[in-house]
Design a protein around this ligand. Sequence first.
Ligand SMILES: [Zn+2]
Length: 295
Amino acid sequence: MSQGGKMDLSNDKVIHIKNGNIEYLQFRKLLEYSDVISHCYSLGKNVNFRTSYKANETNKLNMVNVNNTSEYQKVISNYKNLCDNISLDYRDLVKGIQRHTNNVTSVYGKVNKDKPDFNMKEYENIDGLITNKKNIVLSTTSADCISLLFFDPVKKVIANVHSGWKGTLQRICIRTVKKMLNDFSCNPEDIIICICPSIRKCHFEVEETVKDMFLEEFQELGEENLRAIIEEKIPNRKWNIDTVLINKIILKNIGIKEENIIDSKICTVCNSEILHSYRAEKENYGLNTALIGLK
Ligand SMILES: [Zn+2]
């Protein structure tokens, strides 16, 4: 049964694939390199990619590792189904313990041999992963936050980054590009960056304190850009912020070609029938995943 019914999120940048009960998005641009990489962004409300849960403050990681519960096994099987569909091996998966940081790390090998590297202390507080290795599949999860998929077709390097509003404020996308240059000698002109579904300006409404943080951090972008990024919805009370646009502008400013920044243009809140959304689902929200792997 199709989870989104007749829903089809395809547009000029992404294609909505329905294969039995598995649904996902793929970027048309990345499909041009399907001999080198596989990727997707999960769709569907009855699939969840949450590998851990917040627990009480006494737990050092503030997490409950749920590796042996049936809930966790279901998540693993969701990952396996998705990976099988795009010819990746779920045992190659690596996912950081995302904490809205701007910490990015390069992955040179798996920790576990026959199972995914989930909830690993090696990846604590990691919101961005880079690799040039085959047999490593990078995953990020989100429910309104932006996942960005990076691919350098020349150096054959990939990255997967979780950038919510806090990650965007801390410019995690820029740190990722710099690390790709530093660790793998990438050239910004070659890097393709795909912006997955996320909360968009239409729904990302903030209070004055958050608005001021953005205003201060991105002052350098100039008045015209700021007017496009921050919109006053209710005078002196509510502002809507375009975090996707911020990422696009700062990426362009460090030499990423405009035509290599590919935006899915999909809002998770507007499409919460088929996408997990924190704002729409509240505390029991599920997580979507973005996957990318070199073949
Ligand atoms: Zn929206």
